[in-house]
Structure formats: C-alpha cells, structure tokens
Design a binder for this molecule. Structure first.
Ligand code: AKG
Length: 249
C-alpha cells in the first residue's frame, strides 16, 4: 500500500525507491537463482536470440560466455516470476494500477564486473509505442548499486514531458535505443541490495556501465519489467514475445 505522500511523490517525480524492500533471506535466494543463469550463459559462444544476449567487445562482437541480458526471464525461470509476485512489491503496484495486474517485457541484467552494461537513456514507453501512465516499470536491484558498478539513473519529472526521439546509432553495444538528456538533471539511484524501484514507463532513465574491476569488482544483478492492468490497451509489443506476458493471480 502506498501512502498519500508516496502517491504524490510518484506523480511529481515519476518514480519511487524502496531501499532493501526484499529482505535478506529472499534477496540471497533470488541471487542464487540468477547465479544459475550467469553460469548457463558461460556455455554460449554467441547470442542465442531472442532470449540470451552477451556483452560486446570493443568491435561489437559478442563476448563468449559473458551474459548481458536474459530477455523473457520469467519464461526462462519461474523463480523470477515468483519474485515479480512478492507481496511487498505487488501491494505497492496495486496502489498505482489496481488489483488486476499482468507483467511483460521481463529481463535480467547481471551487469558483471568489468564488462557489465544494461541500457542507454530511454523511456520504456518508446518501445511500447505508448504514452500510457498506467504502465509501471519496476527495477529490482538485488545487489548494492552505486556509480561504480552501474546504478540506475533517472530524470525526475521527465514522465510529464512526452516521448522523446530515440535512435539506435550503431550495433557496437547491446544496449538498445537511446535519447539525449540534460545530464545536469540526472539523479543516481544509489541503493542497497534488495531495493525495488517503481517508475512510470514515461520516465527518462538510463544506467551507468559497471566500471568496477573484472577481478575484484562487484556485479549488479537486477531485473526490469512492467506491470499493467491486463485490459490496458497498448499496441503490440514488437520487441517482446507474447509468451512473456503473465497475468498475476
Ligand atoms: O539496468 C537498469 O538499471 C535499468 C534497465 C532498464 O531500464 C530497462 O530494461 O528498460
């Protein structure tokens, strides 16, 4: 349940941060589940579309065995779908979109030390060809996240500015489309492991890369997906798969 102050804050800023909302026991259990996906990816010599994407080297070639993203993670591993339904999270989402909900576009980013990336600056609704304020994106940061290992960045209030132009300049990285932002307005969401961030699918957000040392640095496991009421009318989601659409009970 969100308080009226939180609802006001969400309306004003376009996001809410719940530090360490998933308690330590749950956090460790989910980290262990995602460790298995990172291990599975070590077998991969190249991408295995549409699900498994590897990080890129400086020429844009996939780095064998180094996982960038699992698209459709709730299809690949039911434990991710359990995580999406943790009551600490869904009770808060319910305050924004009501009790009937589905999720789609589910992703896991391990953001491994030394190589890890996730996304450029973008608005999720650009991908959905929508500007609905009834789509609530959710990032779950399972490990401590700061500038060094690549925390989330947001532009508070940008969810009220409409959908900006996005471009995909080249194929060198695997980070998707990007848009220009005013860097002076960016806020780093530095947070402890177990933190849940709910944000409007209209909010401008991006992330730092994981610049921590490959041998001694820290990964930044996180998931990203979107909650909506199952009858929200959005255009077909061209980047995703319809198997990755889950009505929550
Ligand atoms: O990696 C992150 O922190 C954010 C991911 C994200 O914004 C996305 O998948 O749309």
């Amino acid at each position: 349940m969100l308080t009226s102050a939180e609802l006001e804050q969400f309306d004003r800023d376009g996001y809410l941060v719940f530090p360490a909302l998933l308690g330590e026991e749950k956090r460790q259990r989910y980290v262990a589940a995602f460790d298995e996906l990172v291990e599975r990816a070590k077998e991969l010599k190249t991408d295995s579309p549409p699900t498994w994407t590897l990080e890129r080297d400086s020429e844009g070639k996939p780095l064998a065995g180094v996982l960038h993203k699992v698209q459709g993670v709730c299809v690949v591993d039911f434990r991710a779908l359990f995580m999406a339904q943790e009551p600490e999270i869904t009770s808060r989402v319910e305050s924004l979109i009501g009790p009937e909900m589905a999720i789609f576009g589910t992703k896991f980013f391990p953001k491994l030390a030394g190589d890890g990336t996730s996304v450029h600056w973008h608005q999720d609704n650009f991908y959905f060809d929508s500007d609905s304020d009834q789509i609530i994106s959710c990032g779950i940061y399972l490990e401590d996240a700061d500038r060094t290992n690549g925390c989330l960045r947001v532009i508070p209030g940008s969810h009220k500015q409409g959908i900006a132009e996005h471009e995909r300049p080249d194929d060198v990285d695997a980070k998707g489309y990007r848009t220009e932002i005013d860097e002076s307005k960016a806020v780093d969401v530095v947070c402890p492991g177990g933190t849940v961030v709910l944000f409007s699918a209209n909010l401008l957000h991006g992330t730092n890369d994981n610049e921590s040392d490959a041998a001694t640095g820290r990964s930044r496991y996180s998931t990203a997906w979107h909650y909506l009421s199952p009858d929200t009318d959005i255009p077909p989601y061209s980047s995703g798969s319809y198997a990755d659409w889950h009505v929550l009970s």
